[in-house]
Ligand binder design. Structure first.
Ligand code: SF4
Length: 166
């Protein structure tokens, strides 16, 4: 028996932070379109499923910047910390709703990996914002996906087409 040709295989669906695909859903109304990521996904036979957890959670765009109050994303998921805006408003429920929405979308499309925008309090993978500072650790959505066994990859965003994805 021969393995099926790559061309004959259905593309693998992967979750991608919508701002990395050019969606103007950043807190400041901008985007982080990453041409190198689009190129890599195409080369690997992956189909991007765009998703913005903060918009899914009911937050408008533009919106105030927010960060995890203390601890980290796990503390937020466990109800031991909050996500607050720079004005002190509690947006934890929005962040949790968005994270749950990401998980449901992954289940619906049998998605096993996600490419997420670094440093976001939702999507960050290696770094996020806690108490107004950039610290090691994931955002709320990334942490929930990891808890459920998905592979998450942090993406810087705004790279030209010639850059390479690790
Ligand atoms: S980083 Fe995540 S939450 Fe922030 S705009 Fe991009 S997709 Fe939305």
């Amino acid at each position: 028996m021969h393995a099926p040709d790559r061309e004959a295989q259905a593309p693998e669906p992967v979750l991608v932070s919508a701002c990395l695909l050019g969606c103007a859903c950043r807190y400041d109304g901008g985007h982080n379109r990453d041409l190198a990521l689009e190129q890599v996904l195409q080369q690997r036979g992956m189909q991007a499923v765009p998703f913005c957890p903060e918009e899914r959670g009911g937050l408008s765009t533009p919106r105030p910047p927010a960060w995890i109050e203390h601890g980290g994303a796990s503390a937020v998921l466990d109800g031991k910390s909050r996500v607050i805006t720079d004005a002190g408003a509690d947006v934890s429920a929005n962040f949790l709703l968005g994270a749950q929405g990401a998980l449901e979308l992954c289940a619906k499309h049998a998605i096993r990996q996600a490419f997420l925008k670094e440093r976001s309090p939702s999507c960050g993978v290696r770094q996020t914002h806690v108490a107004g500072e950039l610290v090691p650790g994931p955002g709320v959505t990334a942490q929930l996906l990891v808890r459920h066994g998905l592979s998450v990859h942090g993406v810087e965003g705004r790279r030209p087409q010639t850059a390479r994805e690790s």
